[in-house]
Design a protein around this ligand. Structure first.
Ligand code: CU
Length: 157
């Protein structure tokens, strides 16, 4: 739906829109100057270890202002850290940008959340609660389902 931009505008826009998510921007005409954040596709693979677990989710920003995920907390973990994966090595980050009209994706093999100092070991079928804190927007609470240890979101198994 952004194909109708004039070429000059498209060039400038392309930089900001490279990570624009597919589909869900249904042209509500919303041009507010705030970030409009929502969370989807969250899951935790049932951890194999009793003291650490990973978590994945997608944050979509339908607003015209970028925001930044600055911290994550959970009821099941003493600490939740945010990591990126660069060239196979993971690196702890203190924040992740959520681009305007874009997405911040945490997925297996890429950016991920790490739940440390687990208070109990999450089991498949349970849910864990997360609180996401942002630089500008109010916090979001996420009920993250615990899936099998080998869950693959693209097949749903
Ligand atoms: Cu990590």
């Amino acid at each position: 739906m952004r194909r109708a931009l004039l070429p000059a505008a498209a060039l400038a826009g392309a930089l900001a829109l490279t990570s624009c998510g597919a589909g869900s921007d249904s042209g509500s005409g919303s041009d507010s100057s705030t970030a409009e954040l929502s969370v989807s596709a969250s899951y935790m693979p049932q951890p194999v270890s009793a003291d650490m677990a990973a978590g994945f989710l997608t944050i979509t920003n339908k607003g015209s202002t970028k925001d930044e995920l600055t911290s994550v907390t959970s009821n099941v973990a003493g600490e939740v850290t945010m990591h990126s994966t660069v060239g196979g090595a993971m690196e702890e980050k203190t924040g992740f940008a959520v681009p305007a009209h874009g997405q911040l994706v945490f997925k297996s093999g890429g950016n991920h959340l790490m739940f440390e100092k687990l208070k109990h070991k999450p089991a498949q079928g349970q849910k864990v609660t997360l609180k996401l804190t942002f630089a500008k927007s109010g916090p979001l609470t996420v009920e993250m389902p615990v899936k099998s240890a080998t869950y693959n979101p693209s097949t749903g198994h």
